[in-house]
Write a protein that binds this ligand. Structure first.
Ligand SMILES: CSC[C@H]1O[C@@H](n2cnc3c(O)ncnc32)[C@H](O)[C@@H]1O
Ligand SMILES: [Zn+2]
Length: 439
């Protein structure tokens, strides 16, 4: 008797990411109960699998859904309000004043919804988010059908969202309790940065993260000014301070990590900490070039993040893969740094592992959740194609994403998002906010 499947996807190339450079020509992926049941040659699947639904992808690469390891999703509403500024002027002169004026539950819910649709259409199935009103962000990710790790945010600045650290944590943990046991929505503890959170609150954040077995998501060593200010205020660099406070650990995802010396790279490696590399944001804010080749050589897990739409200005991991590959070559003056398969690994399995999701998503392996992305490489402008992994990183863009599945459920088909909310409604939401923000 044939094997039953809920869904059977035939692809010209299946790129499982595990093992690292594997390219399976003319293979099929069978999905049952939302998980990958089998990966096998197409001719074998045609003879042995009975599927309720069949999808033929004759000129496509099937890859794991991409993992955006760092974003501020609601900032889609602030896209383009302040370009061409360095980090601290960008935050202090433009972004924080705009956030003070406009951020609310509905701002975050609606901005996050726009971001979730942008990410899904670009093949991103999981993201790690850090923003005010995590309860609103969780609602939006759920409505979009996306997998998300939402930050229980903590910053020593009173805002319209929360008055003080107790209030930030109380609200964040209430959101976590509300979403407990949800199949797609989970949480991280997310102190904003060493320069905005006190010693006591950084310690407290990591204690809570350890107690609840959550990742700790924090911006680190993004600009040279951050290091200078830390030396002046604390007599030590931010990572030394975080290490002293017990924050550097295997659950820490350090975002940016641009300005690192050799000892700091060893510190991260020794503690099993991860880095969320955000190459486009680092270029746009002129923060610098993260030492990705050195981090990888030291064994540090490096995933990829878009950062928010106000510092990128796209939530596009295809662009991040290419920028990561190119920037590592320029930064290390070594053309062999970050080959295409390493960039794809960063955008998938490394990000999943950094979030503690390595057993669930990030590669096309039987038993994992069926979070999948199909990329159409059939365009004559992309041919000939000798190496589909090279094409995914250096040639294709998010506009070539044709299908996206999460837990085996179709979210994008033929490039069109199939969501509970229409494009027309999304456009209406964006237009209303544009008017509010312009006044
Ligand atoms: C407390 S919610 C998150 C907070 O982070 C701000 N933000 C966005 N991008 C960056 C960045 O690259 N470095 C530091 N902080 C950033 C965002 O505007 C929110 O205020
Ligand atoms: Zn950020």
């Amino acid at each position: 008797m044939n094997e039953p499947a809920d869904l059977l996807i035939y692809a010209r190339w299946v790129i499982p990411v595990e093992p690292a450079r594997a390219v399976l020509h003319h293979h099929a992926v069978a999905v049952r109960f939302g998980r990958i049941a089998a990966v096998m040659p197409s001719d074998l699947a045609r003879r042995t699998v009975d599927a309720a639904r069949v999808v033929e992808l004759p000129e496509h690469a099937l890859i794991p859904g991409l993992v955006n390891l760092h974003t501020h999703a609601a900032m889609n509403l602030l896209r383009g309000i302040a370009d061409d500024l360095p980090l601290m002027r960008w935050l202090q002169e433009a972004i924080w004043p705009a956030e003070n004026k406009h951020v609310s539950h509905s701002f975050v819910r609606e901005g996050t919804l726009l971001a979730a649709v942008e990410m899904l259409r670009g093949g991103i199935t999981t993201c790690s988010d850090m923003y005010f009103h995590p309860d609103a962000a969780a609602e939006a990710f759920d409505l979009a059908g996306m997998r998300a790790r939402v930050g229980i945010v903590l910053i020593d600045v009173p805002t319209s969202y929360a008055a003080d650290a107790d209030d930030y944590l109380r609200k964040g943990f209430a959101a976590r309790d509300h979403w407990k046991n949800h199949p797609r929505i989970g949480f991280t503890v997310a102190p904003h940065a060493p320069y905005t959170v006190s010693d006591a609150n950084l310690r407290r954040a990591q204690t809570l993260a350890h107690e609840l077995d959550l990742p700790l998501h924090i911006h680190i060593h993004e600009s040279e000014g951050e290091i200078r200010n830390s030396l002046a205020a604390h007599g030590m660099r931010p990572l030394a301070r975080l290490a002293k406070l017990g924050v550097v650990a295997d659950n820490m995802v350090g975002v940016h990590a641009v300005h690192l010396d050799a000892q700091e790279i060893e510190l991260l490696a020794g503690h099993g900490a991860s880095v969320a590399h955000c190459p486009t944001s680092n270029m746009k804010l002129a923060s610098g070039i993260a030492p990705v080749a050195q981090l990888l050589a030291a064994g540090v897990r490096v995933g990829l993040g878009t950062d928010g739409a106000a510092s990128n200005n796209r939530l596009d991991l295809f662009q991040e893969m290419r920028h990561a590959a190119l920037l590592a070559k320029v930064g290390s003056k070594d053309a062999t740094a970050v080959p295409a398969h390493a960039a794809l690994h960063m955008a998938t399995l490394a990000g999943a592992e950094a979030l503690g999701l390595g057993a669930e998503v990030g590669s096309i392996v039987p038993g994992k959740r069926a979070d999948l992305c199909a990329v159409d490489l059939g365009d004559a402008l992309m041919r000939p194609c000798f190496d589909p992994i090279s094409h995914l990183v250096h040639v294709a863009g998010r506009e070539h994403v044709s299908h996206v599945w999460i837990d085996g459920e179709i979210r994008v088909a033929e490039g069109v998002a199939l969501l509970q909310i229409s494009d027309k409604e999304l456009l209406r939401i964006a237009t209303v906010w544009q008017t509010k923000l312009a006044n």
